[in-house]
Design a binder for this molecule. Structure first.
Ligand SMILES: *Cc1c(COP(=O)(O)O)cnc(C)c1O
Length: 470
C-alpha cells in the first residue's frame, strides 16, 4: 500500500490472521504495524480480529465474516482512495474486490501490476549484467497510469524514468517519485520548473542547450544540472546531426553548469526485419557520434539507443542503459517474445440494455446497422470518446460476452455502441470484454488502422483505471 502514494485516503480491509502461534502476540504485532503505518481506516473481518478491536488506534469497523461486510457495503463511501484488500483464503475476499470494482464504474481498464513486474523482469533477464533500465512512462504510462506505475517501477528498482513533458515529471515528483526522470520534450517555458523539481531535460539542439544553460545560471544553483544529449542517427525527429558534434563538444566544455548524464539516440525501425541494415547503420552512427562526445568529457556518461524491440533484436547495442516502453505493458515484437510476456491491460464494460429486434430493423445513427435476420442487440457503455474508435463500427470491431465474440453493429456512438449477441446467453449488467489479451488488442488496433501504442494511449481519462496487485 505504501507503494501507492497518490491518494491521501487509505483503507485497509483485513481478515483474521490464520496461522499458528500465540494469538495475543500475533494481534499485538499486527496492531503495532497498522498503528505505525496509519491507514485512514481499518475494516476488520472475522471474529478473532474483532475481539482485538481495542488494540487498533484509528477509524475502525468490524464484521464477523465477508458476507456480513458485503451486506453493509452500501453504508461505506469509497472515493479517491487506495484500498488494500488482504485476507486469508478461507475468507473469500475476491468477493470484496469484485464488489468494489463494480462500485467503481462501468467501463474500466484493469491493470495487472503483477504482469507488469513480470514483463520488467523478463526484459531484465535479457540484459547483460550492469545494464540499466530507463522505463518509459510518457503519455500516462502508455495509458495505464502515472504514479501507480511509476511507484511500482521505483519499488522494483528501475534506474530511470522518462516522460515526454515537464508537467508529467512534476506530477510524479509531487506524488513522491524520487528516481531520476528524463524529460524528452522540454518546452521553452519549463526549464525553471525542471530545475526546481530535479527533472533532467533532453537537449536535442543548440537552441535548447542555450535555454538550459541560461536557466541554470538564472537559478543561482551551484550544482551542475544533469542533461541528456539526443543524437539524430536517422530517425530525423529530434537530435544533433553528425556535423554538429564538434561545436557541441566545444559548447559542453564551456558550460560547466551542465553535466551530461547520458548520450542517446532513438531507433526508427528496430521492430522491422526489412530495416535491419538501416538499424545497424543507426547503431554505427551512434557509436561514432557518442564516442566522440564521451571521450572528451572527464566524467562517466551513459550511452543508450535501444527501445523494447531493440533490446530483443539488437542485444549487442545495449551499452549502459536501455529504454523500455511498450514491452513493459506486454506487447512484444515477435511470437517467441510474445509468449514470454504477460498481458497487463484488460478493457471491459457492461451491457446497459438488450433489445430483441426483427429482421430489417436498423441499429444506431444513420440507420447503418441493417439487420439481415432477427437479432439480439446489446447496448454497451463504451464509445469513441473512450477510445473505442468509429473505425470499429459495422462489424469491424468485436467484443467478448461470456467468452463468445460479439461484433459491433452500426456506427460507434460517442459514449456507447451496439453489439450483436444473438445466440449468446447474456443479461443486462453483464460484463463485456473489449480486450484481455495482446492478440485481441492487436486485432482492435488493426481494425482501427493503427498500432497497439495508439489504442492504449488513446483510452480516454474517463475510462477508470483499476489496479490489481497480489
Ligand atoms: C517511446 C520511446 C521509447 C520506447 O519505445 P518502445 O517501442 O515503446 O519500447 C524509447 N525511446 C524514446 C526516445 C521514445 O520516445
Amino acid at each position: 500500500m505504501n507503494q501507492q502514494r497518490q491518494h491521501e485516503q487509505k483503507t485497509l480491509i483485513l481478515s483474521d490472521i490464520i496461522q499458528g502461534g500465540d494469538e495475543k502476540e500475533v494481534y499485538r504485532k499486527v496492531a503495532g504495524i497498522i498503528n505505525a503505518r496509519k491507514p485512514s481506516r481499518l475494516i476488520g473481518i472475522g471474529d478473532t480480529i474483532s475481539k482485538y478491536a481495542s488494540s487498533f488506534e484509528l477509524e475502525k469497523h468490524f464484521f464477523s465474516d465477508t458476507n456480513d461486510f458485503l451486506s453493509h457495503l452500501h453504508e461505506f463511501t469509497f472515493r479517491d482512495e487506495t484500498i488494500l484488500v488482504k485476507g486469508a483464503r478461507s475468507f473469500g475476499f475476491e468477493k470484496i474486490s469484485r464488489a468494489l470494482q463494480q462500485k467503481a464504474h462501468e467501463t474500466v481498464l484493469q491493470i495487472n501490476l503483477n504482469s507488469l513486474v513480470h514483463n520488467l523482469n523478463y526484459f531484465r533477464s535479457q540484459l547483460k549484467p550492469g545494464t540499466r533500465i530507463m522505463a518509459m512512462v510518457k503519455a500516462f504510462s502508455y495509458g495505464s497510469g502515472s504514479f501507480e506505475i511509476a511507484n511500482l517501477l521505483q519499488y522494483h528498482k528501475t534506474d530511470y524514468l522518462a516522460v515526454a513533458y515537464a508537467d508529467e515529471g512534476v506530477a510524479l515528483r509531487i506524488s513522491g517519485i524520487s528516481l531520476p526522470i528524463m524529460v524528452m520534450n522540454p518546452e521553452p517555458g519549463s526549464f525553471d520548473t525542471m530545475i526546481r523539481y530535479q527533472l533532467e531535460p533532453e537537449v536535442y539542439s543548440f537552441r535548447v542547450l542555450e535555454m538550459v544553460a541560461e536557466a541554470v545560471k538564472r537559478s543561482g544553483s551551484n550544482e551542475p544540472l544533469p542533461i541528456h544529449i539526443k543524437l539524430d542517427t536517422g530517425m530525423h525527429r529530434l537530435g544533433f546531426q553528425p556535423t554538429d558534434i564538434d561545436k557541441l563538444i566545444r559548447e559542453l566544455g564551456e558550460n560547466t553548469q551542465l553535466k551530461v548524464q547520458s548520450v542517446f539516440s532513438h531507433l526508427a525501425a528496430s521492430d522491422a526485419d526489412v530495416h535491419k541494415d538501416f538499424t545497424l547503420l543507426q547503431i554505427s552512427r551512434f557509436k561514432e557520434m557518442s564516442g566522440k562526445i564521451t571521450a572528451t568529457l572527464k566524467y562517466p556518461v551513459l550511452s543508450h539507443i535501444l527501445n523494447s524491440a531493440g533490446i530483443i533484436r539488437y542485444p549487442a547495442a545495449q551499452y549502459d542503459m536501455v529504454r523500455l516502453g511498450i514491452g513493459l505493458y506486454g506487447v512484444g515484437v515477435g511470437d517467441e517474445e510474445q509468449k514470454k510476456l504477460e498481458n497487463v491491460s484488460t478493457l471491459k464494460t457492461t451491457i446497459s440494455q438488450i433489445n430483441h429486434l426483427k429482421k430489417g430493423e436498423t441499429v444506431g445513427y444513420n440507420c447503418r446497422g441493417l439487420l439481415a435476420k432477427d437479432s439480439v442487440i446489446a447496448t454497451v457503455a463504451i464509445g469513441y470518446a473512450d477510445g473505442f474508435g468509429r473505425e470499429l463500427g459495422n462489424g469491424k470491431g468485436q467484443m467478448w460476452v461470456n467468452g463468445k465474440p460479439a461484433p459491433v453493429v452500426g456506427d460507434v456512438c460517442m459514449d456507447m455502441c451496439m453489439i450483436d449477441i444473438t445466440g449468446i446467453a447474456a443479461h443486462e449488467g453483464d460484463e463485456v470484454i473489449i480486450f484481455d489479451n495482446i492478440a485481441a488488442l492487436r486485432q482492435m488496433a488493426k481494425a482501427m488502422n493503427t498500432i497497439p501504442y495508439e489504442v492504449l494511449t488513446g483510452l480516454s481519462g474517463r475510462v477508470k483505471r483499476i489496479y490489481t496487485h497480489e
